[in-house]
Write a protein that binds this ligand. Structure first.
Ligand code: PMV
Ligand code: MG
Length: 355
């Protein structure tokens, strides 16, 4: 039996703008994981994920599911891309049973919004490569997982894939998807992995040693794809308001990165609040609630206790993040969040070195 794991993630700043090449985001991996178990079977494969099991067979180059693919599309896409790569290495494909175990949900099974789809894709790619004894660098794993991810979620930035692959704090800029998709038609996956992908930028960021990341969960799961679609579908992205949002988000994230390098926590907090407002206004212009009333409470309570907070990722529920200085008294914050039905999640940053 093989097992592999990949961490969940949280957006710190730059979300929405990061779907466009050239616009940076800060993302962090957290110490909650998706684990994938894989073992060989003989005449049929199966996938056991989120309490559902489905069987599969092969037909030419595709995986054919024995039933609705509802909820299995990311994992199937990850298997298909990783296997395409495996075949290029001259290996013969087997059948396997794949089981997914998630810590990215509450005891009642509600998702926290910590990027479970991305972590499933990354952990599945890693499991298939491990099964066939294929060594890959983190960048190769990222690229394979990104190809699998954009098959299912073509509008996604793949920032979550980067966080799940590399761990730690990252600055991320997305790649030109059209270029990648065109090159994929002309090249083997092996060759595509060797190329530099235009636009793609992934760099580690060291947090100031006194910075404390605090995470609150609203208890209501949000649908990222729907939220991002409402931006794509809106006429807003043809208007100057959208360009202004992009420019301001970029300015803000660049200032935040500089403040990380200078260990200036107050400036980081200031830029968190700038980004909060940019996202709040973007939601207003799109007619969607990025900062829901629960997220607003989460942020305002954090502010009252000396932190700077904002929605994280697409918003509309899920989690909010708050930046504090170590030594700040968080007991009162957690108590007050509790009274407002905001659940404190005792997460730590996962830097790839310890579980
Ligand atoms: O809600 P999350 O954590 O899945 O984040 C979505 C972030 C967006 O920038 C809105 C979309 C994306 O693909 O980057
Ligand atoms: Mg979300």
């Amino acid at each position: 039996m093989i097992n592999t794991f990949a961490p969940g993630k949280l957006y710190i700043a730059g979300e929405y703008a990061v779907v466009e090449p050239g616009y940076p985001a800060i993302i962090v991996a957290v110490n909650k994981f998706i684990t994938v178990y894989l073992k060989e079977t003989f005449d049929k494969g199966s996938i056991d994920s989120f309490d559902r099991i489905i069987y599969w067979n092969r037909e030419k180059d595709s995986i054919i599911l024995d039933g609705e693919d509802n909820g299995f599309s990311y994992i199937v896409s990850a298997i298909e891309i990783a296997e395409e790569y495996v075949k290029e290495k001259g290996k013969k494909l087997d059948f396997y049973h794949i089981e997914v175990d998630s810590e990215l949900k509450s005891e009642e099974g509600r998702k926290y919004g910590l990027g479970s789809s991305a972590a499933i894709v990354v952990a599945t790619v890693k499991a298939i490569l491990k099964y066939y004894n294929i060594k890959a660098t983190e960048m190769e794993i990222f690229k394979l997982a990104a190809l699998a991810n954009i098959n299912v979620n073509p509008k996604g930035s793949c920032g979550d894939i980067a966080a799940s692959t590399f761990g730690g704090w990252l600055v991320y800029k997305t790649f030109y998807k059209d270029w990648v998709l065109k090159e994929k038609e002309k090249n083997s996956i092996t060759d595509l992995l060797k190329k530099d992908w235009p636009g793609l930028y992934i760099d580690r960021l060291n947090p100031p040693k006194d910075l404390k990341l605090v995470v609150g969960w609203t208890g209501s799961p949000a649908n990222t794809i729907n939220l991002v679609n409402s931006m794509e579908d809106s006429s807003l992205n043809k208007e100057s308001i959208y360009d202004e949002f992009l420019t301001n988000s970029k300015k803000c994230v660049i200032k935040m990165i500089k403040a990380f390098k200078e260990e200036d926590i107050e400036e980081i907090q200031k830029q968190i609040l700038v980004n909060r407002e940019l996202l709040y206004n973007l939601g207003g212009n799109l007619g969607i609630r990025i900062e829901t009333s629960q997220l607003k409470k989460l942020c305002n309570i954090a502010l009252k206790h000396g932190g700077a907070a904002k929605s994280s990722g697409a918003g509309g529920g899920d989690c909010g993040i708050a930046i504090f200085k170590k030594g700040d008294n968080l007991k009162k914050l957690i108590e007050e969040w509790g009274k407002a039905n905001i659940y404190y999640l005792p997460l730590k940053v996962y830097d790839g070195k310890e579980e």
